[in-house]
Structure formats: structure tokens, C-alpha cells
Design a protein around this ligand. Structure first.
Ligand SMILES: [Zn+2]
Length: 294
């Protein structure tokens, strides 16, 4: 009797091991696929022309963004993208005559010799502080010229019931979720806040599932015990979240190959994906384990 039981148990554990092996293989295979697709995306003409333009856009500080938004609001402008007069010119767009600029604070480093702080030779140390000056910037709608290249990385099609499963997973992990409009999300498709996620309500089907899974990736990997996301660089966080989404969707037979362009935009490559391998495996396995059992 005891023998039969242990035989049964060992057979079951053998099966479980086999399944676990297959699961691992499956995830590895998907990660390899994503690495190859990302390398292709980085090398593509479409991506290169996009990068050429986007690398020229300035990333404004939070303070400046808030100031720009309030100026835009006062002027009734729906802001999309700001850049200086010369940056617009460099991508073959011109600011229309008579357009009034928006204001931002631009840092100007000021160097000085500190006579109160001497080095070992008795000379005043060279120090630096930041002064700010008001600079001009213009919004996309104030310019005209060549089209700005865009990359569409939105996954399309049906979700095959995946959204319901992702919602159930979120509930099981006590992660609140809400579908909200762009007033709350700005230009983002979703947001992870540590214990809660938001997804743009206009997304449907596979694109809604993709964003949901992406934000779950952030929740599982980047918010340890409710802490603020760690010191990881933003690009690493985005690569890990999007790769999680890719693996989950592909498992459901949803073509998520456009994720590769998102990864490429965040400086993703086969190398950076490999560096995040254990994180990507962990988050995608956790979600897949749950939804395959449910
Ligand atoms: Zn993200």
C-alpha cells in the first residue's frame, strides 16, 4: 500500500517536474524570440528614423512639465510635444510666424572659485552651482513641416479571455485596478503605482490585455513591499515589464511581436534582455502559473 502511494507520488512529481521543465523551456523560448525580434526592430529602417527624431526631443524636468501644462491649459492648447525653435528646425519643421513661445526654466551652470575651501596646494577649489534662466519652447501644434515618424507598437486583435484572467490574478495579489481616461494618464497607456494599476479605458482586446500585463510586470518586479521603484534605470524597468507582457500574451496565442519596438525604444537589446532574464522569468511564470491553473 505504502509502496503504491509512493509510486503514485513519484509519478505525479515526475509529471510536475516535466511540466515545470516544459514551462521553463517555453519561457526561455519566448525570451529568445523577443531578443531576436528586438534586435530586428533596432536594426529596422522604421525604428532608425524614429530614433533620429526622438533623440532630439528634450526631456523636461517635472517642474518644467508642470509649468508647461499650466501655460498650455491657460492658452487652451492640448500639449503633445515641446521643443526649442532650433530643435524643430533640425527635424525639418518650422515654428509658424507669429507663434508665441512657451516658457521653461533652463539650467545654466555657474563655475566659481571657493576661497574658503582650499585644496592641498592652498588654491581655491573650483565649484559649480546652477542658475536658471527663462528659455523659449514651442508646442508641436505651433509648427509645420515634415511629419514626425511614429512607431505603432500597439498589439491588436482579440484577447481570448485573457483580460478576465489578468483581472483575477490582480485580485488574487490584492492589486487594485481601474480603467481610466487620458485625463488621468496623459500620454501613457497604463500606470503602476504599487498595489494599484490603471489602464487606459479606450484600449480594448489584446491591447488592453497587453497593457494590463505590462503594469502587472511592474507590480510584481518593481514595488518591493510597497516601496518606491528601486534604483533600476527606467529602461530596465520598462524592458522587464514589457517582456513579461510579451511572454504572457504569446502564450495565449496573441501576436505580441510589436513589443519589440517598445523594447527598442527603451534601448532594449538581446544583451539587456539577458541581463533581466531572471526577473522576466519570475514575473511571467507567476502570472502564467496562476492563469493556467484557473
Ligand atoms: Zn511601464
Amino acid at each position: 500500500m505504502a509502496k503504491t502511494k509512493s509510486k503514485k507520488r513519484s509519478k505525479r512529481s515526475e509529471e510536475n517536474e516535466k511540466l515545470a521543465e516544459e514551462g521553463k523551456f517555453f519561457i526561455n523560448e519566448r525570451i529568445n524570440k523577443l531578443s531576436n525580434l528586438t534586435e530586428e526592430a533596432v536594426a529596422s529602417k522604421e525604428f532608425k528614423s524614429w530614433l533620429r527624431v526622438y533623440s532630439k526631443f528634450h526631456n523636461y524636468s517635472i517642474g518644467n512639465v508642470l509649468w508647461l501644462v499650466s501655460q498650455a491649459y491657460t492658452r487652451g492648447v492640448d500639449p503633445e510635444r515641446f521643443a526649442s525653435f532650433t530643435t524643430w528646425k533640425s527635424i525639418s519643421r518650422n515654428v509658424r510666424k507669429g507663434e508665441k513661445s512657451f516658457k521653461v526654466l533652463a539650467p545654466v551652470p555657474v563655475k566659481y572659485k571657493d576661497s574658503k575651501d582650499l585644496n592641498t596646494n592652498g588654491e581655491a577649489k573650483l565649484k559649480q552651482f546652477m542658475r536658471f534662466r527663462v528659455a523659449s519652447t514651442f508646442e508641436l501644434s505651433q509648427t509645420e513641416g515634415e511629419d514626425i515618424p511614429s512607431i505603432d507598437y500597439r498589439t491588436e486583435g482579440e484577447d481570448f479571455g485573457l483580460i478576465d484572467k489578468l483581472e483575477a490574478f490582480a485580485k488574487s495579489k490584492n492589486i487594485d485596478f481601474a480603467y481610466v481616461d487620458e485625463k488621468e494618464l496623459g500620454s501613457a497607456k497604463g500606470c503602476s503605482r504599487g498595489g494599484s494599476i490603471q489602464v487606459l479605458d479606450s484600449l480594448t482586446g489584446a491591447s488592453r490585455a497587453a497593457t494590463f500585463a505590462h503594469e502587472l510586470g511592474h507590480e510584481l518586479l518593481h514595488w518591493a513591499n510597497g516601496a518606491v521603484p528601486s534604483d533600476h534605470e527606467r529602461s530596465t524597468l520598462e524592458i522587464e515589464a514589457e517582456a513579461t507582457s510579451f511572454i504572457v500574451l504569446e502564450h495565449f496565442g496573441i501576436d505580441a511581436s510589436k513589443s519589440s519596438f517598445y523594447l527598442a525604444a527603451w534601448k532594449g537589446s538581446a544583451v539587456s534582455i539577458k541581463q533581466s532574464l531572471s526577473s522576466i522569468r519570475r514575473s511571467s511564470k507567476e502570472i502564467l502559473d496562476f492563469i493556467l491553473d484557473s
